[in-house]
Design a binder for this molecule. Structure first.
Ligand SMILES: [Cu+2]
Length: 390
């Protein structure tokens, strides 16, 4: 049986559309501008859950390398797929490193994919293959692997990707479902949550081949993409109530498990550390631009909210075959998933991107900023009277 995303479009108009949009949806580097693609509301959607049993020849597929970049940015990609399925080669190096996670100098030996918390975002289109070369730095101390929620089989690839320090492994999987999906280390037993709450998680975005759409089938395009990884940390304290520091990875294992069992994080932060997306590190945009926010939380529920703005289109579960929610205030990210919100900014200023458990946002660290430039519109909001004595 042929799978839908292997087929070339039979309708010549459709073919022209794909050619046009392939040019129109210019490559996007993290936070960079892209050109919106043309509309195609007439195309009927194929069954998105149809499982491929066709005779695809992987060796004959075009291959491309995707250079992964540090969050909150996204690797170069097109919003609409160019041509048929590809093999997308990516490479990540696992690095255990001591990092500061708040303004008070609290530290953790983070387990990272490519040196960052979260690990880098990978982007492909439904039906593409992701071929990951996963390396473990020789200086590491622990065994690691990777479980892709975007993948099918072998515990998300976890069973096929165990690497010891100084080893590498290559996993190839087909992105059968469209959506955003978390990935995380899953070496087994207690090591699974231990690694995940030491920062070892990230996300894959699998776009529909013809791009994102609203419930009417109209294209939704974005000018910028920001990738936010929410991380809950459970930092052990000494008898005096001070956070403990450790000299090497794994030294905190017993203390950490005890802290994790409270289910009460000491820190909830975006992109690895308090302030990583705030102040001078703020995300930026301009009035009139449409920004896509990917929110990843591998372990714990979250409630993203853009203070002063909205979610114009929101795929809470990350499942792009669902109709997006429209014009909402706060969305829900289930622990163990990644979701997407899209917003077109209409006013300049500083917006706060938070989890709307405000205790976690303000006291535990989960605050980011979006600095938006442009012309203020009094017709949208105006201070009619400045504070004045009554
Ligand atoms: Cu690990």
């Amino acid at each position: 049986m042929k799978h839908f995303f292997n087929e070339q479009p039979k309708d010549p108009n459709r073919r022209a559309f794909m050619a046009a949009t392939a040019v129109g949806s210019a490559a996007l580097a993290g936070g960079a501008l892209v050109t919106p693609a043309a509309a195609d509301a007439t195309q009927e959607r194929p069954n998105p859950l149809l499982v491929s049993t066709d005779d695809i020849d992987i060796a004959a597929l075009p291959r491309m390398q995707q250079k992964l970049v540090a969050p909150p940015h996204a690797p170069e990609h097109t919003q609409v797929a160019e041509g048929g399925p590809k093999v997308i080669e990516v490479e990540m190096t696992i690095i255990e490193k001591k990092v500061e996670i708040d303004h008070d100098g609290t530290t953790i030996w983070a387990f990272t994919y490519d040196g960052t918390v979260p690990g880098p975002l990978i982007v492909c289109h439904q039906g593409d293959y992701i071929e990951l070369t996963l390396k473990s730095h020789p200086d590491n101390e622990l065994e690691h692997n990777i479980d892709f929620h975007a993948a099918t089989g072998a515990l998300g690839g976890a069973a096929l990707t165990y690497v010891q320090p100084g080893e590498k492994v290559v996993l190839r999987f087909r992105a059968l479902k469209a959506g955003t999906f978390t990935y995380h280390c899953a070496p087994g037993g207690q090591m699974i949550p231990y690694h995940v709450v030491h920062g070892m998680n990230g996300a894959v975005m699998v776009l529909p081949r013809d791009g994102l759409k609203d419930k009417h089938g109209e294209p939704i395009r974005y000018d910028r993409l920001y990738y936010i990884g929410e991380q809950d940390y459970y930092i052990p304290k000494d008898d005096a109530g001070q956070y403990k520091h450790y000299d090497s990875a794994l030294e905190d294992f017993t203390d950490s498990l005890k802290a994790m069992r409270t289910l009460t994080p000491t820190h909830v932060v975006f992109n690895g550390a308090e302030g990583a997306l705030a102040g001078d590190n703020a995300m930026t945009a301009k009035v009139g631009e449409t920004v896509l926010f990917v929110h990843n939380q591998a372990n714990r529920d979250s409630r993203p909210h853009l203070i002063g703005g909205h979610g114009d289109y929101v795929w809470e579960t990350g499942g792009f075959e669902d109709d997006p929610a429209i014009g909402i205030e706060t969305w829900f990210i289930r622990g163990g998933s990644a979701g997407v919100a899209i917003y077109t900014f209409v006013q300049p200023g500083i917006y706060a991107y938070v989890t709307h458990n405000l205790i976690e946002a303000v006291l535990l660290g989960a605050v980011g900023h979006v600095k938006v430039e442009g012309e203020w519109d009094d017709k949208v909001m105006k201070q009619v009277l400045a504070p004045t004595a009554m």
